[in-house]
Design a protein around this ligand. Structure first.
Ligand SMILES: Cc1cc2nc3c(=O)[nH]c(=O)nc-3n(C[C@H](O)[C@H](O)[C@H](O)COP(=O)(O)OP(=O)(O)OC[C@H]3O[C@@H](n4cnc5c(N)ncnc54)[C@H](O)[C@@H]3O)c2cc1C
Length: 424
């Protein structure tokens, strides 16, 4: 749902279906997801959960890791624990310690980029409601991702995503300079919201809005790519540790879950149950090699898509070209399914296609649409030229006929006319 306002200040909402087939991209509360995953893990006999253990060192040759175990909040109350491992899977986020140690053993290419935008979280609280309709607790339509796009030439964006309790988790994305300006002048925060995100201050009362801006952290956004994602048969990174991305495709966590699926497919394919846990295990190495070969093009592709979508969401969502391409693609997707046409967003969000394949197919679709557009402009011109030439030929033939019969313009005049028409 795109939220804008007219020059007179009237608020507008324009629905943007996620997908031509009405499918939605559901939001999940982080805390609830973590709790659900922990419940599942607790039920597995071969899993031991160790909280308050911070990885501080990894020796990938000896296959040993050292954790700092915090027994209490006091700094003095900590002890180092060293444990051996067969395979170290680093799912320790963008600032991964596993990745840091892997770099000492393998020639890893690595690139990190901070975009000049920070993010800050806000909450639209649930509406008190005794209504039987489950949607009545939501202050705005819960079936949409709500976007307040930036105005022409600006970079601020505000989004709101529904949660199951009736609240909306909102995020303000904005250049660091704009944050600094509002931090220095908190009295301008409310006016800023009214100017750039019309209607938000009716959903989050003014004083809450200012409090949330001042008390919630203003955090950076990082994009990381690295290659390879593994080291011999010892270690592998998954999730943000391998490919942290800006959050504008809503695929960060999904890409991490896909990593896990592919990793386990590869381990199942290459290893046997009696695979030895020796220093170098060729079967595990083969699995990790194939994992890296498969995931790197996909990780790089979704990283780039997320950055591209940032530009699209900020301004492209209201551009005519964006809307035209989206409508054509959705029309073809809905009415001509045999063509295999689909929007990039649908392919990424509702299918299992590899991100790198999605990019290739989307480029091909863009190329076809581009040429179709050129054809649409060129066709009337070509038809016009052809029609003109045909008319002249008919006229020429009539003139010749008249000339032969000595009629019409008079023999000399007709011959003159024929010569003139012969030019064409
Ligand atoms: C503003 C924002 C919005 C987002 N929105 C979406 C979205 O809508 N959809 C989506 O799919 N993704 C979204 N993401 C991305 C998503 O949050 C991440 O991709 C996802 O959390 C990555 O999971 P992870 O397990 O790889 O890393 P993390 O979630 O970072 O988890 C890493 C874990 O490792 C632990 N750890 C770190 N260092 C150590 C250490 N030394 N020792 C032991 N443990 C350690 C951390 O405590 C943490 O528990 C968003 C991200 C941001 C910033």
């Amino acid at each position: 749902m795109i939220h804008t306002s007219s020059k007179s200040g009237t608020l507008h909402e324009e629905s943007q279906a996620y997908d031509a087939h009405g499918r939605a991209n559901y939001a999940v509360d982080r805390g609830e997801l973590n709790a659900a995953l922990l419940n599942e893990l607790e039920g597995l006999k071969n899993v031991k959960l160790c909280f308050n253990h911070k990885l501080i060192h990894a020796d990938l040759k000896k296959k040993e890791v050292t954790f700092e175990h915090s027994l209490s909040r006091s700094k003095a109350d900590r002890q180092d624990v060293t444990v051996p491992f067969d395979l170290l899977i680093g799912a320790d986020g963008a600032h991964s310690v596993v990745r840091y140690h892997m770099m000492k053993y393998v020639r890893m290419d690595y690139a990190q980029t901070y975009i000049d935008n920070l993010w800050c979280e806000f909450t639209i609280r649930p509406r008190p409601s005794a209504d039987a309709n489950p949607n009545s607790k939501f202050a705005i339509d819960p079936n949409h991702l709500h976007i307040w796009p930036s105005k022409q030439g600006r970079e601020e964006m505000f989004i709101a995503i529904p949660s199951t309790d009736g609240s909306f988790t909102c995020t303000l994305f904005m250049p660091s300079g704009s944050y600094a300006e509002l931090e220095a002048h908190p009295d301008r925060i409310l006016k800023f919201f009214d100017t750039h995100f019309p209607g938000v201050s009716t959903l989050i009362p003014g004083s809450d809005l200012v409090d949330m801006f001042n008390s919630n952290p203003h955090l950076p956004l990082i994009s990381i790519i690295c290659s390879p994602h593994h080291c011999g048969s010892s270690a592998v990174v998954v999730g943000d540790a391998a490919h942290a991305m800006v959050p504008f495709y809503g695929q960060g966590m999904n890409a991490g879950l896909e990593d896990v699926r592919v990793l386990f497919e590869m381990l199942d394919k290459h290893t046997t149950s009696d695979s030895s846990a020796s220093e170098f295990n060729p079967q595990v190495a083969a699995a990790l090699n194939e994992y890296t070969a498969m995931r790197i093009p996909d990780a790089h592709a979704i990283n780039q898509l997320a950055l591209d979508n940032y530009t699209e969401m900020r301004s492209g969502v209201v551009s005519r070209t964006y809307k035209l391409r989206k409508s054509i693609e959705e029309f073809l997707y809905s009415h001509c399914p045999s063509l295999g046409w689909a929007t990039k967003y649908s392919r990424v969000s509702f299918g299992n296609e590899r991100y790198s394949e999605v990019v290739k197919r989307s480029e091909l679709q863009g190329w076809i649409l581009g040429w179709a557009a050129v054809g649409l402009v060129a066709l009337p011109v070509l038809v016009g030229v052809w029609w003109g030439r045909w008319r002249w030929r008919v006229a020429k033939r009539s003139t010749r006929f008249l000339a032969r019969k000595g009629m019409g313009l008079g023999t000399a005049g007709a011959r003159e006319g024929w010569r003139w028409l012969d030019w064409f």
